[in-house]
Design a protein around this ligand. Structure first.
Ligand SMILES: *[C@@H]1O[C@H](CO)[C@@H](O)[C@H](O)[C@H]1NC(C)=O
Ligand SMILES: *[C@@H]1O[C@H](CO)[C@@H](O)[C@H](O)[C@H]1NC(C)=O
Ligand SMILES: *[C@@H]1O[C@H](CO)[C@@H](O)[C@H](O)[C@H]1NC(C)=O
Ligand SMILES: *[C@@H]1O[C@H](CO)[C@@H](O)[C@H](O)[C@H]1NC(C)=O
Length: 448
Protein backbone atom coordinates (compact mmCIF):
# COMPACT_ATOMS: atom_id res chain seq x y z
CA UNK A 1 0.00 0.00 0.00
CA UNK A 2 1.10 3.49 -0.70
CA UNK A 3 0.73 5.27 2.54
CA UNK A 4 2.47 8.54 1.80
CA UNK A 5 2.61 10.11 -1.59
CA UNK A 6 4.47 13.34 -1.88
CA UNK A 7 4.03 15.12 -5.13
CA UNK A 8 6.91 17.48 -5.63
CA UNK A 9 5.85 20.23 -7.90
CA UNK A 10 8.50 22.75 -6.96
CA UNK A 11 11.60 21.23 -8.52
CA UNK A 12 13.10 22.00 -11.89
CA UNK A 13 12.59 19.49 -14.70
CA UNK A 14 14.11 16.27 -13.52
CA UNK A 15 12.77 12.81 -14.31
CA UNK A 16 9.66 10.71 -14.94
CA UNK A 17 7.57 7.54 -15.56
CA UNK A 18 4.27 7.31 -17.27
CA UNK A 19 2.12 8.28 -14.33
CA UNK A 20 -0.51 10.79 -15.31
CA UNK A 21 -0.06 13.77 -13.04
CA UNK A 22 -3.77 13.82 -12.18
CA UNK A 23 -3.55 10.16 -11.11
CA UNK A 24 -0.45 10.55 -8.93
CA UNK A 25 -2.39 11.86 -5.97
CA UNK A 26 -3.09 10.33 -2.60
CA UNK A 27 -6.79 10.08 -3.43
CA UNK A 28 -6.14 8.29 -6.73
CA UNK A 29 -3.88 5.72 -5.06
CA UNK A 30 -6.28 5.24 -2.16
CA UNK A 31 -9.19 4.51 -4.48
CA UNK A 32 -6.87 2.83 -7.03
CA UNK A 33 -8.61 4.77 -9.71
CA UNK A 34 -7.20 6.62 -12.72
CA UNK A 35 -10.29 7.71 -14.63
CA UNK A 36 -9.77 11.47 -14.91
CA UNK A 37 -12.59 13.83 -15.74
CA UNK A 38 -12.46 15.03 -19.32
CA UNK A 39 -13.67 18.50 -20.45
CA UNK A 40 -17.29 17.36 -20.22
CA UNK A 41 -16.69 16.65 -16.48
CA UNK A 42 -17.26 12.92 -16.88
CA UNK A 43 -14.64 10.23 -16.19
CA UNK A 44 -12.81 9.28 -19.43
CA UNK A 45 -15.17 11.60 -21.36
CA UNK A 46 -17.88 8.96 -21.06
CA UNK A 47 -20.72 11.48 -21.47
CA UNK A 48 -19.26 12.44 -24.84
CA UNK A 49 -18.76 8.85 -25.88
CA UNK A 50 -14.97 9.08 -25.78
CA UNK A 51 -14.41 6.18 -23.41
CA UNK A 52 -15.36 4.51 -20.18
CA UNK A 53 -13.86 3.73 -16.80
CA UNK A 54 -13.19 0.00 -16.56
CA UNK A 55 -12.32 -2.16 -13.57
CA UNK A 56 -9.45 -4.58 -14.14
CA UNK A 57 -10.23 -6.59 -11.02
CA UNK A 58 -13.45 -7.77 -12.66
CA UNK A 59 -11.47 -9.22 -15.57
CA UNK A 60 -8.46 -10.56 -13.80
CA UNK A 61 -9.64 -11.72 -10.39
CA UNK A 62 -7.46 -11.89 -7.31
CA UNK A 63 -5.10 -9.22 -6.12
CA UNK A 64 -1.37 -9.25 -6.64
CA UNK A 65 0.36 -10.45 -3.44
CA UNK A 66 2.49 -7.94 -1.59
CA UNK A 67 6.30 -7.97 -1.92
CA UNK A 68 5.98 -8.69 -5.59
CA UNK A 69 6.89 -6.33 -8.35
CA UNK A 70 4.81 -3.15 -8.55
CA UNK A 71 4.66 -3.49 -12.36
CA UNK A 72 3.29 -7.03 -12.33
CA UNK A 73 0.02 -7.32 -14.23
CA UNK A 74 0.25 -3.62 -15.06
CA UNK A 75 -1.44 -1.37 -13.97
CA UNK A 76 -3.07 -3.42 -11.21
CA UNK A 77 -0.72 -2.49 -8.38
CA UNK A 78 -1.51 1.19 -8.79
CA UNK A 79 -4.93 1.27 -10.38
CA UNK A 80 -7.89 -1.08 -10.55
CA UNK A 81 -9.79 1.44 -12.65
CA UNK A 82 -8.43 3.04 -15.80
CA UNK A 83 -9.91 4.46 -18.97
CA UNK A 84 -10.71 2.37 -22.00
CA UNK A 85 -11.23 4.60 -25.02
CA UNK A 86 -13.66 4.07 -27.88
CA UNK A 87 -13.19 4.49 -31.63
CA UNK A 88 -10.40 6.84 -32.60
CA UNK A 89 -9.96 8.22 -29.06
CA UNK A 90 -7.03 7.45 -26.80
CA UNK A 91 -4.90 8.86 -23.97
CA UNK A 92 -5.02 8.13 -20.25
CA UNK A 93 -8.23 10.22 -20.03
CA UNK A 94 -9.43 9.52 -23.61
CA UNK A 95 -8.80 13.22 -24.25
CA UNK A 96 -6.31 12.44 -27.00
CA UNK A 97 -6.57 10.51 -30.28
CA UNK A 98 -5.21 7.16 -31.33
CA UNK A 99 -1.83 7.33 -33.02
CA UNK A 100 -2.37 8.63 -36.54
CA UNK A 101 -5.61 10.50 -35.74
CA UNK A 102 -5.96 14.20 -35.17
CA UNK A 103 -8.49 16.91 -34.42
CA UNK A 104 -11.02 17.46 -31.65
CA UNK A 105 -13.14 14.57 -32.93
CA UNK A 106 -10.11 12.48 -33.86
CA UNK A 107 -11.55 11.93 -37.31
CA UNK A 108 -8.59 13.19 -39.30
CA UNK A 109 -6.18 10.39 -40.23
CA UNK A 110 -2.69 11.20 -41.31
CA UNK A 111 0.49 9.26 -42.04
CA UNK A 112 3.82 10.91 -41.29
CA UNK A 113 7.04 9.72 -42.90
CA UNK A 114 10.00 8.81 -40.74
CA UNK A 115 13.14 9.51 -42.73
CA UNK A 116 16.84 8.85 -42.37
CA UNK A 117 18.51 11.66 -40.46
CA UNK A 118 20.81 12.36 -43.42
CA UNK A 119 17.81 12.65 -45.77
CA UNK A 120 16.46 15.67 -43.89
CA UNK A 121 16.94 19.13 -45.33
CA UNK A 122 18.86 21.76 -43.39
CA UNK A 123 15.62 23.23 -42.02
CA UNK A 124 14.17 19.83 -41.14
CA UNK A 125 17.29 18.98 -39.16
CA UNK A 126 17.08 22.31 -37.41
CA UNK A 127 13.47 21.60 -36.51
CA UNK A 128 14.37 18.17 -35.16
CA UNK A 129 17.19 19.48 -32.95
CA UNK A 130 15.18 22.41 -31.64
CA UNK A 131 12.17 20.21 -30.84
CA UNK A 132 14.44 17.81 -28.96
CA UNK A 133 16.00 20.69 -27.03
CA UNK A 134 12.52 21.84 -26.00
CA UNK A 135 11.44 18.30 -25.11
CA UNK A 136 14.50 18.03 -22.87
CA UNK A 137 13.85 21.30 -21.08
CA UNK A 138 10.06 21.60 -20.94
CA UNK A 139 8.32 20.13 -17.93
CA UNK A 140 5.79 17.49 -18.92
CA UNK A 141 2.32 18.88 -18.44
CA UNK A 142 0.63 15.51 -18.15
CA UNK A 143 3.13 13.09 -16.64
CA UNK A 144 5.26 12.68 -13.53
CA UNK A 145 7.84 9.99 -12.75
CA UNK A 146 8.39 7.64 -9.88
CA UNK A 147 11.43 8.16 -7.72
CA UNK A 148 12.55 6.13 -4.74
CA UNK A 149 15.79 4.87 -3.29
CA UNK A 150 14.12 1.71 -2.07
CA UNK A 151 11.73 -0.40 -4.13
CA UNK A 152 10.81 -2.51 -1.10
CA UNK A 153 9.24 0.32 0.85
CA UNK A 154 6.33 1.81 -0.94
CA UNK A 155 5.98 4.55 1.65
CA UNK A 156 9.16 6.05 0.17
CA UNK A 157 7.66 6.39 -3.31
CA UNK A 158 7.60 9.94 -4.62
CA UNK A 159 6.26 11.24 -7.88
CA UNK A 160 8.30 14.08 -9.30
CA UNK A 161 8.25 16.42 -12.27
CA UNK A 162 10.29 15.64 -15.34
CA UNK A 163 10.80 17.05 -18.80
CA UNK A 164 9.04 15.40 -21.70
CA UNK A 165 12.20 13.75 -22.97
CA UNK A 166 13.08 12.56 -19.47
CA UNK A 167 9.63 11.01 -19.07
CA UNK A 168 10.46 8.97 -22.16
CA UNK A 169 13.94 8.06 -20.89
CA UNK A 170 12.49 7.03 -17.56
CA UNK A 171 9.80 4.85 -19.17
CA UNK A 172 12.55 2.72 -20.62
CA UNK A 173 14.53 2.65 -17.39
CA UNK A 174 11.47 1.75 -15.32
CA UNK A 175 10.29 -1.04 -17.61
CA UNK A 176 13.75 -2.56 -17.67
CA UNK A 177 14.25 -3.05 -13.94
CA UNK A 178 14.67 -6.69 -12.95
CA UNK A 179 11.37 -8.24 -11.85
CA UNK A 180 10.85 -8.61 -8.11
CA UNK A 181 9.10 -11.87 -7.20
CA UNK A 182 8.61 -12.83 -3.57
CA UNK A 183 11.31 -10.35 -2.49
CA UNK A 184 13.90 -11.67 -4.98
CA UNK A 185 15.03 -9.92 -8.15
CA UNK A 186 15.34 -11.88 -11.38
CA UNK A 187 17.89 -10.03 -13.55
CA UNK A 188 16.98 -12.05 -16.66
CA UNK A 189 13.43 -10.82 -16.79
CA UNK A 190 12.00 -7.40 -17.48
CA UNK A 191 9.07 -5.76 -19.21
CA UNK A 192 10.70 -4.44 -22.38
CA UNK A 193 13.51 -6.82 -23.38
CA UNK A 194 14.61 -10.45 -23.49
CA UNK A 195 11.25 -11.65 -24.74
CA UNK A 196 8.48 -11.20 -27.31
CA UNK A 197 7.54 -7.68 -26.20
CA UNK A 198 10.84 -6.23 -27.36
CA UNK A 199 9.82 -4.77 -30.77
CA UNK A 200 6.31 -3.73 -29.72
CA UNK A 201 7.40 -2.10 -26.45
CA UNK A 202 9.95 0.08 -28.24
CA UNK A 203 7.49 0.89 -31.02
CA UNK A 204 5.08 2.22 -28.39
CA UNK A 205 7.83 4.20 -26.65
CA UNK A 206 8.75 5.98 -29.89
CA UNK A 207 5.08 6.63 -30.70
CA UNK A 208 4.61 8.11 -27.23
CA UNK A 209 7.55 10.49 -27.66
CA UNK A 210 6.61 11.40 -31.23
CA UNK A 211 3.01 12.15 -30.25
CA UNK A 212 3.99 14.16 -27.18
CA UNK A 213 6.37 16.27 -29.26
CA UNK A 214 3.64 16.77 -31.90
CA UNK A 215 1.26 17.97 -29.18
CA UNK A 216 3.82 20.18 -27.45
CA UNK A 217 4.87 21.86 -30.70
CA UNK A 218 1.42 21.90 -32.32
CA UNK A 219 3.06 20.18 -35.30
CA UNK A 220 1.24 17.05 -36.47
CA UNK A 221 3.81 16.49 -39.19
CA UNK A 222 6.69 15.86 -36.86
CA UNK A 223 8.21 12.39 -37.36
CA UNK A 224 11.14 10.82 -35.57
CA UNK A 225 14.05 10.22 -37.95
CA UNK A 226 16.05 6.99 -38.08
CA UNK A 227 19.69 6.05 -38.42
CA UNK A 228 20.39 3.38 -41.02
CA UNK A 229 23.65 1.99 -39.63
CA UNK A 230 23.97 -0.89 -42.12
CA UNK A 231 27.49 -1.27 -43.34
CA UNK A 232 28.71 1.96 -41.75
CA UNK A 233 32.48 2.09 -41.30
CA UNK A 234 32.04 4.42 -38.35
CA UNK A 235 29.19 6.36 -36.81
CA UNK A 236 28.83 8.90 -39.59
CA UNK A 237 26.08 10.81 -37.75
CA UNK A 238 28.39 11.28 -34.72
CA UNK A 239 29.52 14.68 -36.00
CA UNK A 240 28.77 18.05 -34.45
CA UNK A 241 26.17 19.11 -37.02
CA UNK A 242 24.19 15.94 -36.22
CA UNK A 243 24.41 13.85 -33.01
CA UNK A 244 27.77 15.21 -31.82
CA UNK A 245 31.40 14.17 -31.77
CA UNK A 246 33.19 13.16 -28.59
CA UNK A 247 36.65 13.26 -27.06
CA UNK A 248 38.72 10.27 -25.90
CA UNK A 249 36.94 10.30 -22.55
CA UNK A 250 33.61 10.03 -24.35
CA UNK A 251 32.49 13.57 -23.47
CA UNK A 252 30.44 15.21 -26.22
CA UNK A 253 31.93 18.26 -27.91
CA UNK A 254 30.67 21.40 -26.10
CA UNK A 255 29.73 22.85 -29.49
CA UNK A 256 27.34 20.02 -30.36
CA UNK A 257 23.58 19.84 -29.78
CA UNK A 258 23.47 17.47 -26.82
CA UNK A 259 26.57 18.39 -24.83
CA UNK A 260 24.48 19.98 -22.08
CA UNK A 261 22.14 16.98 -21.73
CA UNK A 262 22.30 15.02 -18.51
CA UNK A 263 21.19 11.45 -17.98
CA UNK A 264 18.54 10.84 -15.37
CA UNK A 265 19.09 7.90 -13.03
CA UNK A 266 22.73 7.38 -13.94
CA UNK A 267 24.33 6.88 -10.54
CA UNK A 268 22.26 4.11 -9.00
CA UNK A 269 21.92 0.68 -7.56
CA UNK A 270 20.17 -0.68 -10.61
CA UNK A 271 18.33 -3.75 -9.28
CA UNK A 272 16.99 -2.19 -6.09
CA UNK A 273 16.26 1.44 -6.66
CA UNK A 274 13.99 3.59 -8.77
CA UNK A 275 15.89 6.64 -9.86
CA UNK A 276 16.83 8.05 -6.45
CA UNK A 277 18.42 11.09 -8.07
CA UNK A 278 15.39 12.11 -10.06
CA UNK A 279 15.03 15.39 -8.22
CA UNK A 280 18.69 16.31 -7.75
CA UNK A 281 19.72 17.52 -11.14
CA UNK A 282 23.22 18.55 -10.05
CA UNK A 283 24.16 14.91 -9.35
CA UNK A 284 23.23 13.74 -12.81
CA UNK A 285 25.81 12.70 -15.30
CA UNK A 286 26.43 14.11 -18.77
CA UNK A 287 25.94 11.89 -21.79
CA UNK A 288 28.94 9.89 -22.95
CA UNK A 289 29.64 8.21 -26.25
CA UNK A 290 32.66 6.31 -27.55
CA UNK A 291 31.73 4.83 -30.93
CA UNK A 292 33.94 2.06 -32.24
CA UNK A 293 36.24 1.76 -29.23
CA UNK A 294 34.83 -1.40 -27.63
CA UNK A 295 37.12 -4.28 -28.67
CA UNK A 296 34.32 -6.89 -28.82
CA UNK A 297 32.04 -4.63 -30.87
CA UNK A 298 34.36 -3.12 -33.51
CA UNK A 299 31.73 -2.95 -36.29
CA UNK A 300 28.15 -2.02 -36.88
CA UNK A 301 25.86 -4.69 -38.37
CA UNK A 302 26.05 -5.16 -42.14
CA UNK A 303 23.48 -5.14 -44.96
CA UNK A 304 23.77 -8.91 -45.06
CA UNK A 305 23.08 -9.19 -41.32
CA UNK A 306 19.78 -7.35 -41.75
CA UNK A 307 18.81 -9.50 -44.75
CA UNK A 308 19.60 -12.68 -42.87
CA UNK A 309 17.62 -11.65 -39.80
CA UNK A 310 14.65 -10.95 -42.07
CA UNK A 311 14.83 -14.51 -43.39
CA UNK A 312 13.78 -15.83 -39.99
CA UNK A 313 10.04 -16.28 -40.31
CA UNK A 314 9.16 -17.36 -36.77
CA UNK A 315 8.60 -14.23 -34.75
CA UNK A 316 9.63 -15.83 -31.47
CA UNK A 317 9.99 -19.39 -30.16
CA UNK A 318 10.37 -21.11 -26.76
CA UNK A 319 11.86 -20.44 -24.29
CA UNK A 320 11.00 -16.83 -25.32
CA UNK A 321 14.07 -15.39 -23.68
CA UNK A 322 17.60 -14.44 -24.68
CA UNK A 323 18.49 -18.08 -25.40
CA UNK A 324 15.79 -18.63 -28.06
CA UNK A 325 17.21 -19.93 -31.37
CA UNK A 326 15.42 -19.54 -34.72
CA UNK A 327 13.65 -16.49 -33.31
CA UNK A 328 13.36 -13.31 -35.40
CA UNK A 329 12.84 -11.32 -32.21
CA UNK A 330 15.97 -12.66 -30.54
CA UNK A 331 18.08 -12.06 -33.65
CA UNK A 332 16.69 -8.53 -34.05
CA UNK A 333 17.21 -7.82 -30.37
CA UNK A 334 20.69 -9.24 -30.82
CA UNK A 335 21.24 -12.03 -28.35
CA UNK A 336 21.26 -14.34 -31.36
CA UNK A 337 23.46 -13.96 -34.45
CA UNK A 338 21.74 -13.35 -37.82
CA UNK A 339 22.36 -17.03 -38.67
CA UNK A 340 19.57 -17.80 -36.21
CA UNK A 341 21.72 -20.41 -34.44
CA UNK A 342 24.69 -18.89 -32.63
CA UNK A 343 24.05 -17.13 -29.35
CA UNK A 344 26.14 -13.99 -29.66
CA UNK A 345 25.71 -10.21 -29.55
CA UNK A 346 24.45 -8.78 -32.84
CA UNK A 347 22.03 -6.29 -34.40
CA UNK A 348 20.26 -4.08 -31.80
CA UNK A 349 22.56 -5.05 -28.92
CA UNK A 350 25.68 -4.69 -31.05
CA UNK A 351 24.78 -1.12 -32.00
CA UNK A 352 24.30 -0.20 -28.33
CA UNK A 353 27.70 -1.67 -27.44
CA UNK A 354 29.40 -0.19 -30.50
CA UNK A 355 28.26 3.33 -29.62
CA UNK A 356 29.67 2.96 -26.09
CA UNK A 357 29.18 5.27 -23.10
CA UNK A 358 25.57 5.99 -22.13
CA UNK A 359 24.22 3.89 -25.01
CA UNK A 360 26.17 0.82 -23.90
CA UNK A 361 24.36 0.70 -20.55
CA UNK A 362 21.02 -0.38 -21.95
CA UNK A 363 18.89 0.68 -18.91
CA UNK A 364 20.04 4.30 -19.20
CA UNK A 365 20.67 4.28 -22.96
CA UNK A 366 17.41 6.10 -23.69
CA UNK A 367 18.98 9.24 -22.21
CA UNK A 368 21.09 9.63 -25.35
CA UNK A 369 18.83 10.83 -28.20
CA UNK A 370 20.77 8.64 -30.63
CA UNK A 371 18.67 5.92 -28.97
CA UNK A 372 15.53 7.10 -30.77
CA UNK A 373 17.28 7.04 -34.16
CA UNK A 374 18.61 3.56 -33.51
CA UNK A 375 15.26 2.22 -32.33
CA UNK A 376 13.43 3.87 -35.16
CA UNK A 377 15.60 1.82 -37.55
CA UNK A 378 15.01 -1.36 -35.50
CA UNK A 379 11.28 -0.62 -35.80
CA UNK A 380 11.68 -0.17 -39.56
CA UNK A 381 13.16 -3.67 -39.78
CA UNK A 382 10.33 -5.00 -37.59
CA UNK A 383 7.82 -3.33 -39.89
CA UNK A 384 9.44 -4.97 -42.92
CA UNK A 385 9.14 -8.34 -41.15
CA UNK A 386 5.45 -7.71 -40.35
CA UNK A 387 4.74 -6.95 -44.01
CA UNK A 388 6.77 -9.84 -45.37
CA UNK A 389 5.21 -12.48 -43.10
CA UNK A 390 1.74 -11.00 -42.71
CA UNK A 391 2.19 -10.32 -39.02
CA UNK A 392 -1.01 -9.56 -37.11
CA UNK A 393 -2.19 -9.66 -33.50
CA UNK A 394 -2.90 -13.37 -34.03
CA UNK A 395 0.78 -13.99 -34.79
CA UNK A 396 1.88 -12.78 -31.36
CA UNK A 397 3.02 -15.88 -29.44
CA UNK A 398 1.30 -17.28 -26.36
CA UNK A 399 3.94 -17.45 -23.65
CA UNK A 400 4.31 -17.40 -19.88
CA UNK A 401 6.98 -14.73 -19.46
CA UNK A 402 5.75 -12.14 -16.97
CA UNK A 403 4.46 -9.08 -18.81
CA UNK A 404 5.13 -10.64 -22.24
CA UNK A 405 1.77 -12.36 -22.76
CA UNK A 406 -0.34 -11.35 -25.77
CA UNK A 407 -3.02 -9.85 -23.54
CA UNK A 408 -0.76 -8.18 -20.98
CA UNK A 409 -0.77 -4.41 -21.08
CA UNK A 410 2.56 -3.11 -22.33
CA UNK A 411 4.28 -1.87 -19.14
CA UNK A 412 4.03 0.95 -17.95
CA UNK A 413 1.88 2.64 -20.58
CA UNK A 414 -1.61 4.07 -20.10
CA UNK A 415 -4.15 3.49 -21.50
CA UNK A 416 -3.58 -0.24 -21.84
CA UNK A 417 -2.05 -1.35 -25.13
CA UNK A 418 -2.14 -5.13 -25.30
CA UNK A 419 1.20 -6.50 -26.48
CA UNK A 420 -0.42 -8.34 -29.39
CA UNK A 421 -2.10 -5.18 -30.66
CA UNK A 422 1.26 -3.63 -31.51
CA UNK A 423 1.51 -6.25 -34.28
CA UNK A 424 0.00 -4.01 -36.93
CA UNK A 425 1.62 -2.24 -39.83
CA UNK A 426 3.13 1.15 -39.04
CA UNK A 427 0.50 2.89 -41.18
CA UNK A 428 -2.11 1.66 -38.68
CA UNK A 429 -0.31 3.91 -36.18
CA UNK A 430 -0.02 6.85 -38.57
CA UNK A 431 3.55 6.58 -39.78
CA UNK A 432 5.67 4.86 -42.40
CA UNK A 433 9.33 4.70 -43.25
CA UNK A 434 11.12 6.19 -46.21
CA UNK A 435 13.18 4.01 -48.51
CA UNK A 436 16.70 5.11 -47.86
CA UNK A 437 19.54 4.32 -50.24
CA UNK A 438 22.82 4.54 -48.48
CA UNK A 439 25.57 2.47 -50.06
CA UNK A 440 24.56 -1.17 -50.37
CA UNK A 441 27.30 -3.55 -51.54
CA UNK A 442 27.33 -3.91 -55.33
CA UNK A 443 24.79 -6.35 -56.71
CA UNK A 444 23.16 -7.09 -53.38
CA UNK A 445 19.43 -6.82 -53.08
CA UNK A 446 18.35 -4.23 -50.58
CA UNK A 447 15.75 -5.35 -48.07
CA UNK A 448 13.47 -2.51 -48.90
C1 LIG B 1 -12.07 7.51 -37.25
O1 LIG B 1 -11.57 8.38 -38.24
C2 LIG B 1 -11.95 8.07 -39.56
C3 LIG B 1 -11.34 9.10 -40.49
O2 LIG B 1 -10.01 8.91 -40.64
C4 LIG B 1 -13.44 8.12 -39.70
O3 LIG B 1 -13.80 7.72 -41.02
C5 LIG B 1 -14.08 7.20 -38.70
O4 LIG B 1 -15.48 7.37 -38.76
C6 LIG B 1 -13.60 7.53 -37.31
N1 LIG B 1 -14.11 6.54 -36.40
C7 LIG B 1 -14.91 6.85 -35.42
C8 LIG B 1 -15.43 5.70 -34.60
O5 LIG B 1 -15.18 8.00 -35.15
C1 LIG C 1 5.58 -16.52 -4.05
O1 LIG C 1 5.45 -17.17 -2.80
C2 LIG C 1 4.16 -17.71 -2.58
C3 LIG C 1 4.11 -18.25 -1.13
O2 LIG C 1 5.27 -18.97 -0.83
C4 LIG C 1 3.89 -18.81 -3.61
O3 LIG C 1 2.61 -19.36 -3.41
C5 LIG C 1 3.97 -18.17 -4.99
O4 LIG C 1 3.82 -19.18 -5.99
C6 LIG C 1 5.30 -17.47 -5.19
N1 LIG C 1 5.24 -16.75 -6.44
C7 LIG C 1 6.09 -16.93 -7.43
C8 LIG C 1 5.81 -16.19 -8.70
O5 LIG C 1 7.06 -17.64 -7.35
C1 LIG D 1 34.51 8.25 -40.32
O1 LIG D 1 35.51 7.83 -41.22
C2 LIG D 1 35.78 8.79 -42.25
C3 LIG D 1 36.74 8.16 -43.24
O2 LIG D 1 37.75 7.48 -42.59
C4 LIG D 1 36.32 10.05 -41.62
O3 LIG D 1 36.57 11.03 -42.61
C5 LIG D 1 35.28 10.59 -40.64
O4 LIG D 1 35.81 11.71 -39.96
C6 LIG D 1 34.90 9.53 -39.63
N1 LIG D 1 33.78 10.04 -38.89
C7 LIG D 1 33.69 9.92 -37.60
C8 LIG D 1 32.43 10.49 -36.98
O5 LIG D 1 34.54 9.40 -36.91
C1 LIG E 1 15.64 -19.16 -20.67
O1 LIG E 1 14.62 -20.10 -20.46
C2 LIG E 1 15.09 -21.39 -20.11
C3 LIG E 1 13.89 -22.31 -20.09
O2 LIG E 1 12.92 -21.83 -19.24
C4 LIG E 1 15.82 -21.31 -18.78
O3 LIG E 1 16.32 -22.58 -18.44
C5 LIG E 1 16.96 -20.34 -18.89
O4 LIG E 1 17.56 -20.16 -17.63
C6 LIG E 1 16.45 -19.00 -19.40
N1 LIG E 1 17.61 -18.15 -19.64
C7 LIG E 1 17.64 -16.88 -19.35
C8 LIG E 1 18.94 -16.19 -19.60
O5 LIG E 1 16.67 -16.28 -18.93
Amino acid sequence: MLTTIILLTCCVCAVDSQFPRVCATEAAFRTKSCCPLWKDKSPCGSLSGRGKCINWAVFRGSKIPQYNDDRLDWPRHYYDNTCECHGNFSGFDCGDCKFGYHGEKCDRYKVVVRRELRELSFLEKKRFFSYLALAKTTKSKDFVVLSTGDRHHRETYRFVDASLYDVFAWLHYYSMKPILINSTFDPDKNYAHQGPVFPGWHRLGLLFLERQIQLMMGDEDFAIPYYDWRGEKNCSICIDELMGSNNAQGVLNPYSHFSFWKAICSGYNFPDEYCPLADSEYKMERLHRKPGTTPYAPNLPTFEDVENVLKIKDFDVPPYNETARGSFRNALEGFLAPDGVTLKRSMHNLVHIYLGGTMSHVPISSNDPIFILHHSFIDKIFDTWLTRYNGSPDTYPENNELGHGPNNCSTPYLPCYKNKNLFLKSTDFGYRYSTFHSKPPMGRRRYQ
